[in-house]
Write a protein that binds this ligand. Structure first.
Ligand code: GLN
Length: 508
């Protein structure tokens, strides 16, 4: 039974469809795995065994009755705790939301339920998705299954670690500046940020509304495409939702060829030796080996330059805190979660309660960004900071547009390094921010990106990732290229990369 946890979602779906296994068996196997290893990994903030098994039983009954079910019906999934789930605690990794039970489902959750996926539970994350290591969670860090002394990336470290540790076959994350792709790279999993507007933001606890996007976290490119199709599509509840067809991502993942495609290596994103200052040499080496494979399969690989990308990080850290400071104003101690009364005040005002609650309930990174954002938006500074950052954003979009006139997709290493030790960067915000140097440009431009494992970096035997980027609404191109590369890499490795991860200690 435990080998059920090693199957991909596509394999599980196929066995469910042909009656080889039941959804209850698959769901129980994953719940048992969570009980066995999550003490060591801490990928989950909340496990909903009853809810997951109820869905599984329902799907099994409907299948037995001969009902025609959606492709992934019965395949269990983990959901990042920033996505609201009706009746199931949702904290966004923050103490300020501890005990909050949402009265509604996010559209993503609603779609998962409609497609019959049992939801195993809610995964750990940096508080309000601010961070690159999951160490900023208000509930303690998640550990990387490859080396539990190391971080799994962030902010969606819980979703990535759950999938890498075989606690869930697939998960949903959210990516504002890299929170799906960077944890994907650091845990040897596949992570996709769809085109902005491709997946509804309704019911996502907002970090930066012009950047946030939910997407798949999986162990194969095809699984990511299958999940992408479940969660994507127009939603009238989100005014930025694209009212058009979902790109044919599953078809593209199955097609898996690069013959005749032009692939651009972005010079400013660690792609060439002279600019790869902050990039670990063995991460760049794995990236360059992937480029050779793509060339061997018939792609043309050329170098392109996007000069404005060097300003992306600075612009992001003005735009994101500005939007976050506004979005987080709603945590006022009156409407949700925590309420702390100030000491030594017998009849506190609402403002005093709000101040005491925000002081106690928010962690230091959240406070840092609220202060930065409030400053950047204040009258007199708005134009110099937020206004300038928006202009940089336009330049970045233009650099992408110019590059996509010459090439079909762009590629770079996903993150500059492999997973670092817990504690190594937590007191150095700038070092932490630099993790997202390669993922942020596409976020600012609203364009899609996918990270897949490129191999183990020699020195430490930890996974590295390659990122594929495409123009807005051309998400299918990501899958086509990534699936082609994945099949060549898996053949080279003699099986999926995660088969090489060390066995986890069973703590139950
Ligand atoms: N690590 C980046 C940040 O801290 C990205 C976070 C995200 O994508 N949610 O903002």
């Amino acid at each position: 039974m435990s080998d059920l946890i090693h199957l991909t979602a596509a394999e599980l779906a196929q066995k469910l469809a042909t009656d080889e296994i039941t959804s209850v068996e698959v769901t129980e196997a994953h719940l048992a795995r969570i009980a066995d290893v999550d003490g060591e990994i801490h990928a989950f903030l909340h496990v909903d065994a009853d809810g997951a098994l109820a869905t599984a039983r329902d799907i099994d009954a409907r299948h037995a009755a001969g009902e025609d079910l959606p492709a992934l019906a019965g395949v269990p999934i983990a959901v990042k705790d920033v996505i609201t789930t009706r009746g199931v605690p949702t904290t966004a990794g923050s103490r300020i939301l501890e005990g909050w039970i949402p009265p509604y489902d996010a559209t993503v959750t609603r779609r998962l339920k409609a497609a019959g996926l049992p939801i195993l539970g809610k995964t750990n994350m940096d508080e309000f998705a601010m961070g690159s290591s999951t160490e900023h969670s208000g509930f303690g860090p998640t550990h990387n299954p490859w080396d539990t002394g190391r971080i799994p990336g962030g902010s969606g470290g819980g979703s990535a670690a759950a999938v890498a540790a075989f606690e869930a076959p697939i998960a949903v994350g959210t990516d504002t500046g890299g929170s799906i792709r960077q944890p994907g790279a650091l845990t040897g999993t596949v992570g996709v940020k769809p085109t902005y507007g491709g997946v509804s933001r309704y019911g996502l606890i907002a970090l930066a509304s012009s950047l946030d996007q939910a997407g798949p976290v999986t162990r194969s490119v095809l699984d990511a495409a299958l999940l992408h199709e479940v969660i994507a599509g127009h939603d009238p509840c989100d005014s930025t939702s694209i009212d058009g067809p979902v790109p044919p991502v599953v078809e593209a993942a199955r097609r898996a060829d690069v013959d005749g495609l032009k692939i651009g290596v972005v010079r400013e994103l660690g792609g060439s030796a002279e600019s790869s200052g902050g990039f670990q040499p063995d991460v760049v080496a794995r990236f360059e080996e992937s480029l050779r494979l793509l060339e061997g399969a018939g792609a043309e690989v050329v170098e392109v330059s996007c000069p404005s990308f060097v300003h992306a990080l600075a612009a992001y850290y003005l735009i994101l805190p500005s939007e976050a400071s506004s979005n987080l104003a709603k945590f006022d101690a009156m409407r949700y979660g925590l309420r702390v009364l100030p000491d030594r005040v017998s009849d506190p005002t609402a403002e005093q309660v709000m101040a005491a609650t925000r002081e106690a309930g928010f962690g230091s990174e959240v406070k840092r960004r609220i202060i930065l954002g409030t400053y950047a938006l204040s009258s007199g500074y708005w134009d110099a900071y937020y206004g300038s950052a928006q202009k940089v954003r336009t330049l970045i979009r233009r650099d992408f547009d110019a590059a996509y006139e010459k090439v079909d997709v762009l590629v770079s290493p996903t993150a500059p390094t492999t997973a670092f030790p817990i504690g190594a960067k937590v007191d150095d915000p700038l070092a932490m921010y630099l993790n997202d140097i390669a993922t942020i440009p596409a976020s600012l431009a609203g364009m899609p990106g996918l990270s897949l494992p490129s191999g183990l970096a020699d020195e430490d035997g930890l996974p590295a990732g390659i990122q594929v980027l495409a123009p807005a609404m051309a998400d299918d191109r990501l899958y086509r290229v990534a699936a082609a590369l994945e099949s060549m890499l898996v053949e080279q490795w003699g099986g999926p990369l995660l088969a090489q991860a060390p066995e986890l200690e069973v703590t139950r």
